[in-house]
Design a binder for this molecule. Structure first.
Ligand code: NAP
Length: 299
């Protein structure tokens, strides 16, 4: 029986796990894909205290090593379901099941899709949700980024140093992202803004060749080699555990204590309902959730 099973090996989950093992508890992290979470897609982290020059990948790898060196067990399995059996929880993956006194849900978010025909077919064949992961395939090519938040602005800036030309398409005329990033984007000669524009079709035979854009009641076609969709993210919590209270957008409803409505189940990071989703708030949640889980185990 584990004292704490953490679902998700991102900054929130691994921080929680570190706090757990430092309190001499038996801790398992279950991670579906790769440790580090969303931050491994960030080319450079500049706003995390005392880490002024580190890539997202380095951050994730360093955090994973720190956790493992301290005794955290990590298994690469996707959690399908958690059953609350009162004094213990059963965490089920495709191949295994683990008993835990407490569970910390740090399962993050997944990219929001455009929900257009061909989107799935062209994913990996011209459509991507991560410029840092796939940008290298588009050296000297023409790409578009869709979205108006900080992530889309970052992606456009990153791609502008690889691709020949970058279109930044956004459904409104104003950006949601920060003014300094908008200014940086506007200063780039090879980024072209396409505002007030909705993507209405993804065209091609075996790979994406063009997108159809609707703008001011008119449609036009934009030929390109790649499209990076960056229109926000959706939480991973739905149907993970029966009776868990979620907000209307599917985020887990817990206050700053990181305690969910189910005793012994805690939440940390982007999947929690909150106003500020940043690396520093994710690690902060990890520390709080683990501390609450430790109190629960001791009681
Ligand atoms: P976001 O801030 O929610 O922005 C999503 C963007 O996608 C918005 O511009 C939105 O348009 C657009 N959008 C949403 N649904 C759409 C749809 N169905 N079709 C077309 N466009 C759609 O998401 P994010 O950029 O991924 O950022 C998430 C959080 O992380 C934010 O709090 C952000 O500030 C933070 N973040 C911070 C940094 C940093 O450097 N500090 C870096 C990355 C992310 P509207 O604006 O019209 O709603």
């Amino acid at each position: 029986m584990y004292d704490i099973v953490v679902v998700g090996g991102g900054p929130a989950g691994l921080t929680a796990a570190i706090y757990g093992v430092r309190a001499n508890k038996k801790v398992l992290v279950l991670e579906a894909v790769a440790c580090g979470g969303q931050i491994i897609n960030t080319s450079k982290i500049t706003n995390y205290p005392a880490a002024p020059d580190i890539t997202g990948l380095e951050f994730g790898q360093t955090l994973q090593k720190q956790a493992e060196d301290l005794g955290v067990e990590i298994e690469f399995e996707r959690v399908d379901n958690i059953v609350d059996n009162g004094n213990y929880k059963l965490v089920k993956t495709e191949d295994d099941q683990y008993r835990a006194k407490t569970v910390i849900l740090a399962c993050g978010t997944v990219p929001r899709k455009l929900s257009l025909d061909n989107e799935e077919k062209f994913t990996g064949f011209g459509i991507s949700y991560c410029a840092t992961c796939d940008g290298g395939f588009y050296k000297d090519k023409v790409v578009a980024v869709n979205g108006g938040g900080n992530s889309a602005l970052h992606e456009a800036l990153y791609l502008s140093s690889i691709a020949k030309r970058v279109f930044l398409t956004h459904r409104r005329d104003e950006f949601r992202g920060s003014a300094d990033l908008v200014n940086k984007v506007k200063a780039k000669a090879n980024i072209e803004l396409v505002l007030g524009a909705n993507i209405v079709a993804l065209n091609g035979e075996r790979k994406l060749e063009s997108i159809t854009i609707s703008r001011g009641g008119e449609t036009s076609e934009l030929s390109l080699d790649g499209l990076f969709v960056s229109i926000g993210r959706i939480p991973n919590a739905k149907e993970l555990i029966k009776g868990l209270t979620l907000d209307k957008d599917g985020y887990i409803d817990a206050g700053e204590s990181c305690k969910t409505n189910i005793p012994g189940i805690f939440v940390a990071g982007d999947v929690r309902k909150k106003d500020v989703r940043q690396l520093v708030t994710a690690t902060s949640d990890g520390a709080i959730a683990a501390t609450q889980a430790l109190h629960y185990v001791m009681e």
